[in-house]
Ligand binder design. Structure first.
Ligand code: SF4
Length: 363
């Protein structure tokens, strides 16, 4: 049996689910912060294995979904720079800005390339020295180190046509912002890939100050259920601490090399989260030393904040206040083919996941 296969075994999953049903004697609401966990929960039908007194709600853990419309407009503004080439992850192509998305802008002549890594964007810059390559740096702590590494490499190569629009976001402080904003949950299933970089320690304030237990989970069905069991056991015992379920991928202190790379390139600033607002110390911008690689100065027009489209409840979905089917546009007006909000665009967006895995009844 392969290593991860153990965590997919039917017997293991059924056994953990049994233990959860035995352990949960009160009503508890847990938030899976991360969109990848939402997909695992739906793909494997895990909700059906849980007792009725245990509720799972989805959180804001999809970087595409939390990107503000104004930030999409900033990317669109870069398309207007003479000789611009936009290099972006594919998920961003259909996210609506205030007037159009990148796909529509490409149809009107912009040079928009889909890349799979920051190094692909770097390669484009090397191949096309006569073009300005703008890499759209998006993602949480999982992708920020590779963007930082590409910037360092560009500096070493002396590249003058590689620029990063950093929309990267840091996750731990936003959990506190959610709780401050009134999101009512009892504990958090935390993302294993993010914590593989930052470790589990940055989650301690959530457990200590907010008394909300956190468990870092992997991405197999057995991982997610085991994390739920660990959370339930803490809650039933009146405890609140940070535990790691995903010990095969995460250490308490994280990845020192990746953290040092991020720290060398980025400063932290406040960042606008769609539906949540500006959250202190969650944005990453290039340090002065790397300012020549910053794409922001190329944006010449003023970009105003833009509210969500009328009827779109992405903000409430991202805060865990409602489920996607509670949005009046869900499935009727807003679909993956014609998304109104970003939660329907990304394959890890809550609305797209509900759309794919629930039927017409939205159950
Ligand atoms: S269904 Fe569409 S419009 Fe409604 S919250 Fe989700 S993405 Fe936004």
């Amino acid at each position: 049996m392969k290593f991860a296969d153990e965590f997919r075994s039917r017997e293991l999953v059924a056994g953990i689910a049994r233990n959860i049903r035995r352990a949960a004697t009160h009503e508890w609401t847990l938030m899976e912060f991360c969109g990848t966990h939402t997909v695992v929960i739906f793909r494997h039908g895990l909700k059906a294995l849980l007792p009725v007194n245990l509720k799972l709600v989805s959180g804001p853990g999809c970087p595409v979904c939390v990107t503000s419309r104004a930030d999409i407009d900033r990317i669109l503004a870069l398309c207007d720079v003479p000789s611009a080439m936009i290099a972006t992850y594919g998920d961003m192509i259909k996210v609506p800005g205030s007037r159009m998305n990148l796909s529509e802008r490409r149809a009107r002549g912009a040079d928009v390339r889909v890349v799979y890594s920051s190094y692909d964007a770097l390669a484009l810059a090397r191949k096309h020295p006569d073009r300005k390559v703008f890499f759209i740096g998006i993602g949480f702590e999982t992708t920020a180190p590779s963007t930082a590494a590409a910037v360092i490499k560009a500096a070493e190569l002396g590249l003058e046509n590689f620029h990063v629009l950093s929309l990267h976001k840091l996750t731990p402080p936003v959990v506190g912002a959610l709780l401050e904003g009134g999101t009512e949950v009892d504990g958090f299933i935390c993302p294993g890939h993010v914590c593989a970089i930052i470790g589990a320690r940055p989650l301690e304030p959530v457990a200590r100050e907010w008394k909300k237990p956190c468990v870092v989970a992997g991405f197999e069905p057995g991982d997610v259920l085991q994390a739920i069991l660990m959370l339930v056991r803490q809650l039933e015992a009146g405890e609140s601490r940070v535990d790691i379920e995903y010990a095969r991928g995460v250490s308490y202190e994280g990845n020192a090399t990746a953290l040092a790379t991020m720290k060398r390139v980025f400063d932290t600033v406040g960042s606008e989260w769609r539906g949540i607002g500006n959250v202190e110390d969650t944005g990453l911008v290039l340090r002065d030393e790397f300012s020549t690689f910053d794409a922001s100065p190329f944006i010449e027009r003023e970009i105003e904040p833009v509210p969500d489209p009328p009827g779109c409840r992405c903000g409430d979905v991202l805060r865990g206040r409602i489920s996607p089917p509670d949005c009046p546009l869900f499935r009727k007006v807003c679909t993956p083919e014609r998304p109104v909000g970003p939660c329907m665009v990304s394959s890890e967006g809550s609305c797209a996941t509900y759309y794919q895995y629930t039927g017409e009844t939205n159950e």
